[in-house]
Design a protein around this ligand. Structure first.
Ligand SMILES: [Zn+2]
Length: 309
């Protein structure tokens, strides 16, 4: 009887101690075997009065749950060597707990532990097993050091003719940044790089200090051609097309298709013509009214050769 009270006190004390100082305590097995053996005696000699057992469960069970939580936490975060000292028992826990049959305490503890202690271990273990955030994409893509950007998640097809799998968001080609990332496939990214490197940069030359930025106004976009309802889905819907409105030079000045197609006709026409080859389709102000303010370039190929207007 005296031994039993001591055993109970130990159980509570260790539970309470862990409850009080979870991070500092190293896991210490509860003296359950002792209590299991003692259970029948306790059950027979100390039957709780009706109404006293239930309130007693509440202070005990959370402590046991906390013990399990603390153990999981300690396992996850290599507890220090400091051994646990039983904390002074809170007066509240002693009196009611002494009346509780240990078997009930153990049963409820083991029943509660797996269910209620799961959030805490998850918090501790999550730090160990959580997937690391993807590194920000840097450097080259599409196997070409001259193309910078990142791979993008597959874009599902909203309608037939749309969607982009294996796409990339191009942020620079041939060392020239794009005003906004162009979402295209790698074939189109390579065509863009070739056009800028072999066509645009040489055409602009030293003017304004040289080409500084490509002003992209559209890339992947699931829409009909020229935004005309009932028209075929544009090559933009497959990630094959880019619209370029103009070019910013190193001194901050700009060349725009809308303004400079006529005034700087030769330069802009040279740039337009140089896209024909890298791209299968090149459309500008001469093509139609829809392209008065940008060059549309896409990698759709025709048996008859590039279509450039
Ligand atoms: Zn376009």
């Amino acid at each position: 009887m005296h031994r039993l009270a001591l055993a109970l006190a130990l159980t509570l004390a260790s539970g309470v101690a862990v409850f009080a100082e979870p991070p500092q305590s190293s896991p210490r097995p509860l003296p359950r075997p002792m209590l299991v053996g003692a259970a029948p005696i306790q059950m027979a000699s100390l039957l709780p009065l009706p109404g006293t057992a239930r309130p007693a469960l509440r202070p005990v069970a959370p402590a046991a749950v906390e013990a399990a939580m603390a153990m999981a936490l300690a396992l996850a975060s290599a507890a220090p060597a400091r051994s646990p000292r039983p904390a002074p028992r809170p007066p509240r826990a002693v009196a009611p707990a002494a009346l509780v049959p240990p078997s009930t305490t153990i049963a409820s503890a083991s029943a509660l532990a797996p269910a209620q202690s799961s959030p805490a271990p998850r918090r501790g273990l999550a730090a160990l097993f959580a997937p690391r955030p993807p590194k920000p994409a840097r450097g080259s893509i599409c196997g070409d050091p001259g193309i910078a950007g990142s791979e993008i998640a597959a874009i599902p097809a909203a309608v037939t003719g749309c969607g982009l799998v294996g796409g990339v968001a191009v942020t620079a080609v041939a060392g020239i940044p794009l005003s906004q990332p162009a979402r295209v496939d790698c074939t189109t990214a390579k065509a863009l790089k070739r056009w800028v490197e072999e066509g645009v940069i040489p055409a602009i030359g030293r003017r304004g200090g040289g080409l500084a930025r490509l002003n992209v106004v559209a890339s992947y976009d699931c829409r009909p051609r020229n935004n005309v309802a009932d028209a075929r889905v544009s090559e933009h819907g497959a990630g094959h097309a880019i619209d370029v409105a103009g070019f910013t030079l190193a001194d901050g000045s700009t060349l725009t298709v809308l303004r400079d197609w006529s005034a700087e006709s030769k330069l802009m026409r040279t740039i337009h013509a140089s896209a024909c080859g890298p791209f299968g389709t090149v459309l500008g102000p001469k093509a139609d009214v829809y392209h008065r303010d940008h060059f549309h370039v896409d990698t759709a190929r025709y048996r008859s050769g590039p279509y450039c207007r």
